[in-house]
Structure formats: C-alpha cells, structure tokens
Design a protein around this ligand. Structure first.
Ligand code: NDP
Length: 243
C-alpha cells in the first residue's frame, strides 16, 4: 500500500510506543516522516532507521511540544528539511498515576501543557500551510480516560477530554478547507505508559487483554487516507467504553 506517497507526516512522541508504531505505519503507507521525541534520542534514531528501510525519508527531531518556542523550532525544521506537514499526529503525552488529593499545581500544569496545550500549539503551527494547500490530516491521541475517567488520574483525564473539544472545534472550523481533524481514544495498549502504571490491569478490559500498538497504528493510517471522516473519535479499547 503506497497511498500516502509524497505526503509528509509529523508524529509527536514517536520515539516509542504508539507514536513509533504510527510513524512506521505511515511510512509503510508511503509517507516521509518526522519523528519527534523529547528525551530518548537513540530510540528515535531506531524508528528513523526502520522508516528508511521502507525507502522513505525520516527525520528525528528533539522538541518539548508543550512549549510554543520549541513547537515553532520543530515545525520550521520539518518544513526546511522535509517540506510542509500534510499529516500531523498529536501523540506525545505523559501519564502520572496520582490520587486527586496528591496532584500539585505543578503536576496539573505539566500534564495539561504536555498533553493538551501541545495539541493546540502544534495544530496552530501547521494549519496555515494545510489551508493554503487545501489538504491536511490532524489525528489527535485522546484516551478512554476522556470517556470513563480511566486509570491514571483527573489531570490526565481532563487533558484527554480537552483534546476531544479541541478536535470538534478544529474539525468544524476546517470542514470546508480540505483538512480533517479526528481523535483516537485507546485503552489499554501495551506500551511503557501502561506497564509503568500499577492500576493498568487487563482486568479493566472486557476482552481480558491489552491491545497491540498495531491496533492503533492501523486506525491512524485509515484516518490519514480517508477524505470524508472528520470530528470523530475512534475508540480502540477492547470493549471498555462503547459508543
Ligand atoms: P509512551 O509513554 O509509551 O510514549 C510517550 C511518547 O511521548 C514518547 O515518545 C515520549 O518521548 C513522548 N513525549 C513525552 N513528553 C513529551 C514532550 N514534552 N515533547 C515531546 N514528546 C514527548 O506513551 P504511549 O505510546 O502509551 O501513548 C501514546 C499516546 O496514546 C499518548 O497520547 C497517550 O496518552 C495515548 N494513550 C495511550 C494509551 C495506552 O494504553 N498506551 C491509552 C490511552 C491513550 P521520549 O521517548 O523522548 O521520552
């Protein structure tokens, strides 16, 4: 499948987990991919090597997507070295399992900046060029936490619910401009985020087991390929929350 041939994708938090899986799946479908990461440079390089193996261009770029200045630098570098972003996947996030009473103002701000403000900043940074070219895909990683509260904490759930509001608003604003904006709400996919959370048990999942990264990556590719789906949330959760 090469339907995303000549498209340029940028996946935030693509050094590991779901983001890495989506980056590789988009490359397999024909896209060149910018692999954003925050700390794990070596892991990001490994993802780039895998992408290069499909004959696609790959670029690893460090940036904290929760900060406007870093987002500006990230987008400028992708534009210079690959070209304007066609497919933006807002995937980067942190999950800090905490009780309501233990969450400090600093915890709250870090979670909201990394998980939610980043989606706004990244969207704002790419939207001008998508509008000009009348083509774009924005895919935002929300969570079952937005729908049920989830297994991390209220700060994380609020950040993921905020992403749904942002997705609906941007989808409406861009609906006549060739740009679709959708959300994916997974749970629980076997990544570092899940294995590091003592509350994340397969017992929470009606199917009785965790999901695989490929279960999410394949849906991201489907959304990148689809012209007529916008403002939707695709749940991938083993039956935890049904819509
Ligand atoms: P991981 O914890 O495995 O990976 C997180 C990624 O985000 C890493 O690549 C990390 O980079 C990056 N990252 C963290 N902070 C920043 C930052 N400030 N700037 C740029 N990159 C950053 O997460 P998952 O793969 O499990 O989750 C991916 C997405 O899916 C997240 O949005 C998560 O909320 C969502 N999700 C996941 C679920 C699951 O079951 N796994 C369930 C529901 C939603 P580095 O490696 O450099 O640290």
């Amino acid at each position: 499948m090469q339907d995303l041939q000549s498209r340029i994708a940028l996946v935030t938090g693509a050094s590991r987990g779901i983001g890495a899986g989506i980056a590789v799946a988009l490359a397999r479908a024909g896209a060149d991919v910018a692999v954003n990461y925050h700390e794990k440079a070596e892991a990001a390089r490994t993802v780039c090597n895998e992408i290069s193996g499909f004959g696609r261009k790959a670029l690893a770029i460090e940036a904290n997507v929760g900060m406007a200045s870093e987002v500006k630098r990230l987008i400028a570098e992708v534009q210079d070295r690959l070209g304007p972003v066609d497919i933006l996947v807002n995937n980067a996030a942190i999950a800090r399992p905490q009780q309501l009473e233990d969450i400090t103002e600093q915890d709250w701000d870090e979670i909201i900046d990394t998980n939610l403000k980043s989606v706004f900043l990244m969207t704002q940074a790419v939207i001008g060029s998508m509008r000009r070219r009348k083509w774009g895909r924005i895919i935002n990683l929300s969570s079952v936490a937005a729908q049920t509260g989830g297994a991390v904490g209220p700060h994380y759930a609020a950040s993921k619910a905020g992403i749904l509001g942002l997705t609906h608003s941007c989808a409406s604003l861009l609906v006549r401009e060739g740009v679709t904006v959708n959300a994916i709400a997974p749970a629980l996919i076997l990544t570092d985020m899940v294995t590091s959370n003592p509350k994340a048990s397969p017992e929470l999942i009606p199917m009785g087991h965790f999901g695989a990264i490929e279960d999410v990556a394949s849906v991201a590719v489907m959304l990148a390929l689809n012209d007529y789906t916008t403002g939707q949330t695709i749940s991938i959760n083993g039956g935890w929350y049904m819509t």
